[in-house]
Design a protein. Structure first.
Length: 328
């Protein structure tokens, strides 16, 4: 079932439940406990690939035959809020010309907004023409059919730095991003996500390796917001970034911040106990929990359980794993 069909089905069910609830309000209040239960087919709720792996704490109910109409109504309200696909808007409001040694090029400022969000939730990145060109070339290799009718601004031999050409490309790149993002398989692809996040991640990990934890953390906190919007169907993919944030907080002597992001990473790993970050993260969380006076026994039990199932192997520390990411 696609996104629109799922939302339509859920909307119809919500309306049906509302009618049931309305008709039942005329009954005496002491009969409320015996009101009819509504049954919902399990086929209605299928996995939504656009959703994050975690669920809102307010949506703890699940549809089943023992739920009252009131509970069902609340459940479908929560589902309706969550079924809306997160859509991103791309704006290119400005540019700047960069001159570096013998090279000269235009940097395009890209603002990425989530529909219905506040301005504080926007992400800002910069890319040059050659970055767009590389993305287009990569997408053509992997998605030749989808990209068949997508036009790309051509190179010009002269006039690249004139106001007219720059403004034309600003509009063209905005339309280009909007169009390829509208294609499900492309917006979920590693090549598209890398285009929007990789340069910043490379810079952040470079700072981390150089001991510049404050700067690394600043960049990572910006990137993770965009990563999570782009990878809602694959929450495990943001675990390395979350763990890098843990490392930065820990080395900046902020155990509370490290523990907070460690919990987020563990929740996204879920049952992926074979993931390379799972054990290093568990070991770090045990240390942090002990330091903060939190429950560490449950984490220790998970670690011991893993050790009984696996052969002893050399396990890197969380920091050793982090510094190996995005090595150019």
């Amino acid at each position: 079932m696609d996104q629109d069909s799922q939302c339509t089905a859920e909307r119809e069910l919500l309306e049906a439940v509302s009618r049931i609830t309305t008709s039942s309000t005329t009954r005496p209040s002491d009969e409320e406990e015996n009101q009819p239960k509504a049954e919902i087919s399990s086929q209605v709720r299928k996995e939504n690939p656009e959703k994050d792996g975690t669920q809102d704490s307010s949506a703890t109910l699940s549809p089943n035959s023992s739920m009252t109409t009131k509970e069902l109504q609340e459940y479908w309200r929560n589902e309706k809020r969550q079924c809306k696909q997160i859509k991103l808007l791309f704006e290119i409001p400005s540019t700047r010309i960069v001159e570096h040694h013998l090279s000269k090029y235009v940097m395009y400022k890209i603002i990425i907004l989530q529909t219905g969000s506040f301005d504080s939730n926007k992400s800002v990145i910069e890319r040059r023409y050659s970055d767009f060109e590389k993305l287009h070339r990569n997408l053509l290799e992997e998605f030749s059919e989808e990209m068949e009718d997508v036009t790309f601004p051509k190179k010009t031999l002269t006039g690249n730095f004139t106001e007219e050409i720059i403004n034309e490309r600003k509009l063209a790149f905005k339309d280009y991003l909007r169009l390829i993002y509208s294609m499900k398989y492309i917006r979920r692809s590693k090549k598209f996500i890398d285009f929007l996040t990789r340069p910043e991640l490379q810079e952040a990990y470079g700072c981390l390796r150089g001991g510049q934890y404050t700067k690394a953390l600043e960049i990572l906190l910006e990137v993770i917001k965009l990563q999570e919007r782009l990878t809602r169907g694959n929450p495990v993919s943001v675990v390395p970034t979350l763990c890098a944030i843990v490392v930065c907080h820990k080395d900046l002597e902020n155990p509370a911040g490290a523990f907070e992001y460690g919990e987020k990473a563990l929740s996204r790993l879920g049952a992926h106990t074979s993931h390379r970050y799972y054990i290093p993260l568990l070991e770090t969380m045990i240390t942090l929990a002990y330091e903060l006076g939190k429950d560490f026994l449950s984490l220790q039990e998970k670690l011991e359980e893993w050790k009984t199932k696996k052969d002893p192997v050399r396990v890197f520390t969380l920091k050793e794993l982090a510094v190996r990411e995005y090595v150019q």
